[in-house]
Design a protein around this ligand. Structure first.
Ligand SMILES: C[S@@+](CC[C@H](N)C(=O)[O-])C[C@H]1O[C@@H](n2cnc3c(N)ncnc32)[C@H](O)[C@@H]1O
Ligand code: SF4
Ligand code: SF4
Length: 356
């Protein structure tokens, strides 16, 4: 296994409450929350594109960084300190997407909603290839119902909103006052409009008691939830990693999530990914990464390619060549890594077909 930064013990005053275990309400049943409804032709196009990308050898997912600027203040990510950023008008991003021709594009950043032309960007990406699934991930502070509706009308397939806490701790984490209350109003409105809203929740030391409540809160809002794992690879902050003393808590939380998944019907993380979470925090995942630079690539606002969010630029998009050997790295269990691995398994394809 590759060398990982040593996990430091939390300062004495940081109390770690046990995870809140909310037993499933036996009397209540929930409908599965469906994806956007697709026509039979679109489903066939999607299936054929998936097979074609598999045979071609990737990339399956392009994380497209719209800007590196951000108006938040997270202590685990340094994008908000960015002083200079490229922008989409600096290069021919449609040519880049056409050449990479992935199954899915996620608009990300920095904070993507800083770009005011996003609906037009979505429209262009959707029409530049036969089938392409387009999503975005945002902290949501600049999102409004009007902007969300414009993105939906432009054809975006999902809007992911980051949420690591239920309540005002989320404002503190992001350094944005009133953010949780804003999301508490906005997300149910977006869901009621029919928009496919997915909460993006990072599992870390500080929020283990919020994981199950977030799944319920998402359900109450009419949203889905997708989990990811904290990594110190972004800016070296090890304080949010889960240390050996708290592994049993994360194992318990994951067991609860797996049990809740069929009941709530809105937890879209694969079983494969969820089961990998305790192993990741125990430094027990494979020491090689099979997806970075092959099935998953990061497109920067300058039109460069990085194999993944954390590795340096490897080429300009016009010179992109898929990585042929797995990269020796176990520094993250991000959903974009783990779910791309999962989506290559037969089990996951069947799970997705089931959802459609
Ligand atoms: C880099 S952000 C960009 C999009 C947007 N600014 C946001 O925060 O939603 C993309 C996702 O990465 C997550 N993230 C940021 N730093 C992370 C870290 N150190 N480990 C794991 N996930 C992280 C964020 O919570 C967010 O869901
Ligand atoms: S995680 Fe998102 S919101 Fe936080 S600093 Fe990074 S880009 Fe900004
Ligand atoms: S995606 Fe792969 S290469 Fe990139 S940080 Fe994660 S494990 Fe390492």
């Amino acid at each position: 296994m590759s060398e990982r930064t040593q996990v430091v013990q939390p300062p004495k005053h940081v109390a770690q409450p046990p995870p809140v275990i909310i037993p499933p309400d036996e009397d209540q049943t929930y409908d599965q929350i469906a994806l956007r409804s697709y026509s039979l032709i679109q489903k066939i196009q999607g299936g054929l594109k998936y097979l074609w990308v598999r045979l071609r050898g990737g990339p399956m997912l392009v994380n497209m960084e719209v800007t590196h600027f951000c108006n938040a203040r997270c202590d685990f990510c340094d994008f908000w300190k960015t002083e200079r950023s490229g922008k989409l008008s600096d290069y021919d991003y449609i040519d880049a997407i056409r050449q990479l021709n992935p199954m899915a594009v996620t608009l990300t950043g920095g904070e993507p909603t800083i770009n005011k032309q996003l609906p037009e960007v979505v429209r262009q990406i959707k029409s530049c290839s036969g089938y392409i699934y387009v999503g975005m991930v945002t902290h949501g502070s600049l999102m409004t119902m009007e902007k969300a509706a414009a993105l939906w009308e432009a054809g975006i397939d999902q809007i992911s909103i980051s949420l690591n806490y239920v309540g005002s701790e989320h404002d503190e984490e992001r350094g944005i006052e009133g953010l949780y209350d804003h999301l508490n109003t906005l997300i149910p409105q977006m869901a009621a409009h029919g928009i496919n809203v997915i909460l993006n929740t990072v599992v870390m030391r500080d929020n283990m008691d919020h994981i199950i409540p977030i799944a319920y809160k998402a359900r109450e809002w009419g949203a889905k939830v997708s989990f990811s794992c904290y990594s110190d690879f972004k800016n070296g902050n090890v304080l949010h990693l889960i240390d050996p003393d708290h592994i049993d808590q994360v194992e318990q939380v994951i067991e609860n999530l797996l049990a809740l998944k069929p009941k709530l019907g809105n937890i879209i993380s694969s079983d494969f990914f969820l089961r990998g979470i305790p192993d990741y925090f125990k430094n027990n995942i494979p020491s090689t990464c099979n997806v970075a630079g092959k099935w998953l690539v990061q497109l920067t606002p300058d039109g460069d390619i990085k194999p993944c969010p954390e590795l340096p630029v490897s080429s300009h998009y016009s010179d992109f060549k898929s990585t042929t050997e797995p990269i020796v790295c176990d520094r993250c269990w991000y959903s974009c890594r783990g779910e791309t691995e999962a989506s290559l398994t037969f089990e996951r394809v069947m799970e997705l077909i089931g959802r459609l």
